[in-house]
Design a protein around this ligand. Structure first.
Ligand code: COA
Length: 324
């Protein structure tokens, strides 16, 4: 499907992505995020999402940029994801034009959308703050480990923490049918979620039923410390492949709450679940309340004995109004 590009005064044309362009998108994405790009694993499923459009910009018939727009929050928010421009075309305004194009398309197709949201981890400048409001931020801890190696030590780590007596709090994996009630409960929404937002991986969702329906379509592990009155909640993806190497996977864990003993216990629980089986190497992104980062980095390095792959970075949730 090809769109009209006259109003943008550009030599680019815009198409809805299909499976056919996968090779070109991957070629254009080489090296993005230092090899930790989620898009190769997500591309084909994104094309099937009913509430999503993946738009490509082409020049002279060649794919030079991609942006995806996902409609969430009961149809009121457009979530912008996956933005990338081919290296040879960067710095020429391509991202800006593609973003404008996608906004125009959303206004036509989804007139109820009022807000644009996106998450970023790069340094924000004054121009970004003129354009967006900062809604919340999470600290990102990136650790890496070999699955078999950690599996061989996991029982000893749990045993050692239990012996120490103070470290481990209860963790309960939620059944699918329990997730909605517990996560939408006032305690979780008001007390635990940063700015009342469920940030799953890089996607921010308001805690409302329609978003929970979207989240429940994904393969996630939801954990709380107790079901009646949760003091801590977390959710974790299943490992998915990343382009950094043949046997490398991403495992992303979102932590909601401010208590150190709970976050440690949730991390152990998720790592325990995901090292029971499987192989290869994992890059694990742990998103958390920023003040917990230092202690968690110490815990990961000296207690779980996994490698810290990156210093402190932040995930920013940004928002702006979509003017009619
Ligand atoms: C970031 C990137 C997409 C910018 O592309 P570009 O064509 O060189 O950018 P432009 O020349 O159009 O100028 C930047 C515009 O994109 C916006 N932009 C820059 N980085 C952005 C980001 N990470 N997320 C959203 N918008 C971004 C700027 O605000 C600016 O908008 P404006 O024209 O309204 O002021 C490009 O450098 C790239 O592909 N980098 C690697 C992938 C990446 O880091 N993607 C960011 C995903 S969070």
């Amino acid at each position: 499907m090809k769109f009209d590009n006259k109003t943008l005064d550009t030599e680019m044309d815009f198409i809805v992505a299909t499976d056919k362009e996968f090779g070109e998108v991957i070629a254009m994405s080489k090296g993005i995020y230092g090899g930790l790009d989620y898009l190769p694993s997500r591309y084909h499923s994104w094309l099937k999402d009913a509430n999503r459009m993946v738009i490509l910009a082409r020049k002279d018939g060649k794919v030079i940029a991609l942006e995806s727009v996902c409609i969430i929050d009961d149809g009121e928010t457009m979530l912008v994801e996956g933005l990338r421009v081919a290296p040879s075309e960067r710095g020429k305004g391509v991202a800006g034009i593609l973003q404008k194009y996608c906004i125009q398309l959303v206004k036509e197709k989804y007139p109820n959308v009022k807000i644009i949201r996106l998450t970023r981890d790069d340094k924000l400048g004054p121009k970004d703050f003129r354009k967006y409001r900062l809604i919340t931020k999470q600290g990102i801890l990136l650790v890496r480990f070999n699955v078999k190696e950690l599996r061989s030590r996991m029982d000893d780590i749990v045993h050692m923490l239990e012996e120490a007596g103070s470290e481990l709090c209860p963790t309960v994996i939620l059944e699918r049918e329990e997730v909605k009630n517990i996560i939408l409960s006032m305690t979780v929404s008001n007390k635990l979620l940063p700015s009342k937002t469920i940030i799953q991986d890089w996607q921010p969702f308001k805690p409302i039923e329609s978003n929970l329906n979207l989240l429940l379509k994904k393969d996630l592990h939801w954990i709380v410390d107790n079901k009646q009155c949760p003091n801590f909640a977390s959710l974790c993806t299943f490992p998915f492949r990343i382009p950094i190497g043949d046997d490398w996977f991403y495992l992303n864990i979102d932590m909601f709450g401010k208590d150190l003993a709970h976050i440690k216990s949730h991390l152990i629980a998720h790592l325990h679940n995901h090292t029971q089986n499987g192989h290869g190497n994992i890059m694990c992104q742990i998103f958390m309340e920023p003040s917990l980062w230092e202690d968690m980095a110490y815990f990961c390095k000296h207690v779980i004995c996994v490698e810290i792959a990156k210093g402190y970075t932040e995930q920013y949730l940004l928002e702006s109004d979509l003017h009619p």
